[in-house]
Ligand binder design. Sequence first.
Ligand code: NAP
Length: 444
Amino acid sequence: MQQILEAIQAGASSDEFANLVIPESYRAAFVKRDETAMFDGIDSWDKDPRKSLHVDDVATPELAPDEVYVAVMASSINFNTVWTSIFEPLPTFGFLDKMGRQNEWGKRHSLPYHVVGSDASGVVVHVGSAVRNWKPGDRVTVHCNYVDDQDPSAHNDSMLASNQLIWGFETNFGGLADLAVVKANQLMPKPTHLSWEEAAVNALCSSTSYRMLVGDHGARMKQGDSVLIWGATGGIGGYAVQYVLNGGGTPIGVVSSPERAELLNKMGCEAVIDRRAENYQFWSDEHTQDESEWRRFGKRIRELNGGEDVDIVFEHPGRSTMGASVFAAKRGGTIVTCAATSGYMVEFDNRHFWMKLKKLLSSHFANYAEAYAANKLLNQGRVQPLLTATYDLEHVGDAALSVHHNEAEGKLGVLCLAPEKNMGIDDPAKRERIGEEKITIFRS
Ligand code: NAP
């Protein structure tokens, strides 16, 4: 891997990259199949990713014709790596075994270890024989929608493909490693003004928020719409705020501290609810929701939103908030959801839903076109990376724990092959034009 790194740093030509030897093994972060019971009987909160995530050398898998090897300069922590590392709601080895039954190439994935990570920035070092649009030496980011495009169901909208998977979560050989195996149709050009770690943190979260709010398959926010955004300084929430502001809408951001409220104001989001300070208790006990708390929440939203209910609710906490989210959407409004961080058995009052003709929309990551559109906005400097802090791969467990415990705003980057931070900026003049302050807003 040292030779590959030197070639990247020396700006080697495509031919020089193509002649490099791919090492037989590489450094990666993974969980082990024989440790999936290690947290049995322990409370979710106390399950510690530092114990389950290992960093060591693993064997380099063979490359399928439609795949490339990417030398990963940086990656990021997503919540799916937290789920994998605490083996909830179920160990991810089941996904790998299912893949193993798909076909010959799928078999490579069913292993005693699972290399995790669903984001990456880096350099293509070798391409399979069927790859046409990418070549060794290309500087790329990687999105995590993994589909077999020879399946007819993968066309129209590839998120509806019967074999659609999330790379590094439902597949092996993910991005938290020095080398990754990805399909050519996961590649996107690296935004030229960003460092490796700034470029690495976006694809999963920004594309998810793009589909939920902007793309044809989501809530299709339009100018003037007001959007309630839970976790508005979190991974997907922070990109959602930017999409709403860019699209001429009004974000109403929900966060849990005065510092996060201030950060939202700095981003240009004026309407902010500090859910901790307001002490909403939507559930009065484990089984009962308190409608008067939904009403108190709705009243606060209207105070901030010119007396109106919101057009769209950007929902992902799940069980703890879904009742309030359905209540808070306006008559005919849309609740769009992609997750259930606090619990997936959600409950809402159907009367508020049907009598007010609301819509509940499910969303999951993004197809290639949507991920590409989101990447383009980053490359144009119209959406900023939400990098808050950067870890090295050896400390991936600390980074995952921080996300698990909701300690960090925005996104946590992880340096893989990149020896230090702030490397990989190809167009400093463009960076200056866009503005350092904007690009680093979550680090100031
Ligand atoms: P994150 O960076 O940890 O942010 C989540 C935010 O949600 C936190 O900052 C927190 O904000 C808020 N939150 C957490 N628990 C809450 C609760 N009980 N009630 C209200 N707010 C709560 O995570 P993320 O990357 O944004 O991901 C959020 C969820 O979406 C995760 O479950 C993840 O797995 C899922 N996700 C799904 C997809 C998909 O394709 N389906 C893609 C990306 C993410 P405050 O404490 O400041 O309010």
